[in-house]
Design a binder for this molecule. Structure first.
Ligand code: ADP
Ligand code: MG
Length: 701
């Protein structure tokens, strides 16, 4: 089949006039024969099974029964007449009911002749009935060639109302197969088909639309899911390889004075194996001619900061500047302080630039950046302002990547003549399968090990009614010298209410923990940033014992002496947020606690979230649960990616196929990067088609 046939406008298919063509385009995005062919059914009505009346269950969706009609009567009701037939088989009887078209049915139904009926059943007063069944004489049924598994295609209200029913789509599909004679080109290579025992493209397409049996359908689905995921991975991996060969980066081939001195003399602790491995991965990237584009995933507290610092030192040793961007002022300040501390005996210059940097200081920083006096710039979004011009930015590190859009990331790249190397750090573990699809074109490093001696954080769920006990616990911990966070939810939609809750909570805490024995800090988003910083610093220095806050403290803040995290209305937080918040404690030597406070009213999902938090502290496990609960659409970082417009595969359910598809895509490209071999020609052709007709770009932004 030549490819042009499939690009024929849908208007030219027999049975599709201008009106239908218009609707198909608008409602289902079907412009060509190819688009129709790729309209895969949502589900199938299984007409391979025949039920006996005695087997019927209240939970049955649609059932098919063989039997006969023994009796028909019209029942008069206040609201109109209905036609009722008694339908029996050898195990029992049900009622068939019609509200419309009664005259025609009455005249045409045959009594005491075997029929096959199909439809949904209702259960009422101990008996089953079936309204408006599909009916066919058993005789005709046995002779019909229609497939036993009936596809149900995606549809819209408008299509249905305009007479483009499922039956019509089905008919168009038959017409398409008739005209094409099912001569669809193979799109995978022979070795792939053989190694994975995949059915041919032809067979898969036929059976996805007209399956003969469940088994045929399953093979067709597997093949098409594999193909879909394979081409996405092929695209992502090619993009990555291309990027590496095309986008030059500054090769940092020296490991010099700063790095070596820091490593041999000032390292504040032994690096974990995971940290060593990741630093090595980054060193390799930086030393090559290609621009680094790497995602560093590591749970809260896994020690990403030191990895960032050592990467920065490599840049400086090679004569370049580096920047580190964080999503909040507080976090930037903390990064700044810890880098200044760690670098104090090195000969490096570090500055902090945020929204609240004074104009004079700002001007000084701009100047020092441009003339190259400044080595390291740390800050917030302020780093992205046009006035910020580096002399030679060699490395840009972005902490907590999900707070920044891709757009902003790439803006950083163009600060300089050549793009700097980019390291994106995130504490929100992304399940592997999702990372493969969303960030498949990035390289990924993972710190999967916490520094030694870290105690597990004891996590419990308590109902609001037990608040007094919780207060007693807080008092005990404070008397041992510990500090406590109390966090309130804040979501935009109910901001006013949330602030009221926060302030009420704060007042009751102050009443419960009065001065001068206790000092309570409060930090929230409506405060001036200088006030926030002041309060935060009092807590960091240990001048206050309790920090009441909204989620502004969620990201990155490090107060090792804080050992209790209380989360109010915990049912309102998402799993990844709960996990992030819990990560604020457990940073010191003491046993830490996380207390999740809720009311008694909990949804099933909320219960699962709370149970998961109590059960595990493994960020990847939590991310998997989160993915299952929320679906990939709401996961961090996937919103912009469009990766979810999959036609047949499902990122969660088909993660095994995804892994296989990725590894085969890698293998194919490794052996034949440009797909020039004879055996890969089907892949090359199909890939070109996908790119040409922008089919694959729907997936990847
Ligand atoms: P995160 O990955 O959340 O940014 P940090 O870099 O803030 O984690 O590290 C958390 C804490 O663990 C810091 O106090 C840091 O000094 C400490 N830390 C990091 N790596 C190690 C290590 N290898 N051994 C001991 N402590 C470490
Ligand atoms: Mg951090």
């Amino acid at each position: 089949m030549n490819a042009n046939f499939l690009q024929t406008p849908i208007d030219y298919l027999k049975g599709v006039g201008p009106n239908r063509a218009d609707l198909l385009k608008k409602e289902l995005g079907i412009h060509t024969f190819q688009d129709l062919l790729n309209l895969f059914p949502n589900r199938y009505l299984d007409r391979t099974q025949y039920y006996k009346i005695a087997q019927l269950q209240q939970t049955n969706a649609e059932v098919q029964i063989i039997g006969k009609i023994t009796h028909i009567k019209t029942v008069e009701q206040k609201r109109g007449k209905r036609l009722v037939a008694t339908f029996i088989d050898e195990t029992g009887s049900i009622e068939l009911v019609w509200f419309r078209g009664q005259k025609w049915i009455r005249e045409n139904l045959k009594l005491n002749v075997p029929y096959v009926i199909f439809g949904k059943t209702n259960y009422f007063n101990n008996s089953f009935s079936m309204p408006h069944p599909e009916m066919e004489l058993l005789d005709a049924h046995e002779k019909s060639i229609r497939s036993a598994m009936q596809p149900v295609y995606p549809s819209t209200e408008k299509l249905g109302n305009s007479g483009i029913t499922n039956r019509v789509i089905n008919g168009l599909m038959q017409q398409l197969f008739l005209e094409s004679k099912n001569a669809f080109a193979e799109t995978l290579s022979k070795p792939l088909l053989e190694q994975l025992k995949l059915v041919s493209k032809k067979e898969a397409l036929f059976n996805i639309h007209f399956p003969k049996s469940q088994a045929h359908l399953a093979r067709a689905q597997y093949r098409l899911k594999f193909e879909e995921l394979f081409y996405i991975q092929l695209q992502l991996i090619r993009k990555n390889l291309l990027h590496k060969s095309k986008i030059k980066g500054y090769p940092f081939d020296k490991i010099g004075h700063n790095f070596n001195t820091f490593f041999s003399e000032y390292l504040p602790f032994d690096l974990t194996e995971a940290q060593k491995r990741v630093i090595k991965e980054i060193r390799n990237d930086l030393g090559s001619n290609a621009q680094m584009n790497r995602l560093l995933q590591g749970d809260v507290g896994s020690g990403k900061t030191i990895v960032a610092l050592m990467s920065i030192l490599i840049a400086i040793d090679n004569g370049f500047q580096a920047c580190l961007m964080a999503p909040t002022e507080i976090l930037s300040v903390q990064h700044y302080n810890s880098l200044v501390e760690m670098c104090k005996r090195l000969n490096t210059s570090i500055e902090l630039l945020t929204g609240s940097t004074k104009t004079s200081k700002r001007r000084e920083i701009h100047e020092k950046l441009e003339n190259g006096e400044l080595d390291i710039l740390i800050g917030t979004h302020a780093l992205l302002e046009d006035k910020v011009k580096f002399k030679n930015l060699g490395l840009a590190i972005v902490d907590e990547q999900h707070r920044f859009g891709v757009e902003q990331r790439s803006k950083l790249w163009h600060k300089n003549e050549y793009p700097p190397h980019v390291l994106v750090m995130t504490a929100t573990p992304i399940p592997r399968t999702l990372a493969m699809s969303v960030y498949g074109d990035l390289d990924i490093s993972i710190i999967d090990e916490l520094p030694p001696g870290r105690k597990d954080i004891k996590t419990v769920h308590r109902f609001d009614a037990n608040r007094l006990k919780v207060f007693r616990f807080i008092r005990d911990e404070i008397s041992k010298g510990r500090q406590v966070y109390i966090v309130y939810p804040l979501i935009q939609e109910s901001e006013t209410m949330d602030y009221k809750d926060l302030m009420d909570g704060y007042e009751s805490i102050v009443r419960e923990f009065p001065m001068p024995n206790y000092q309570v800090s409060i930090v929230h988003g409506q405060m001036k940033s200088s006030d926030k910083e002041y309060e935060m610093n009092r807590f960091i220095k240990g001048e206050t014992q309790i920090m009441v806050a909204t989620t502004v403290i969620e990201v990155g803040v490090n107060v090792p002496n804080a050992s209790v995290m209380i989360i109010e209305s915990a049912e309102r937080f998402g799993l990844s947020q709960l996990h992030q918040l819990r990560g604020r404690v457990g940073r010191g030597a003491e046993q830490s606690y996380c207390i999740l406070m809720t009311s008694h009213k909990l949804s099933a999902d909320a219960k699962t979230r709370l149970e998961t938090m109590v059960r595990t502290s493994d960020g990847f496990e939590i991310a998997e649960v989160d993915l299952k609960l929320r679906g990939p659409g709401d996961m961090m970082g996937t919103q912009q990616s469009g990766v979810l417009n999959l036609r047949i595969a499902d990122i969660i359910k088909d993660s095994e196929i995804l892994k296989i598809a990725r590894s085969y895509a890698m293998q194919v490209l490794k052996e034949d990067p440009n797909l020039t071999s004879e055996e890969n020609s089907p892949i090359k052709n199909n890939y070109a088609q996908l790119v040409k007709y922008r089919n694959i770009w729907n997936y990847i932004s």
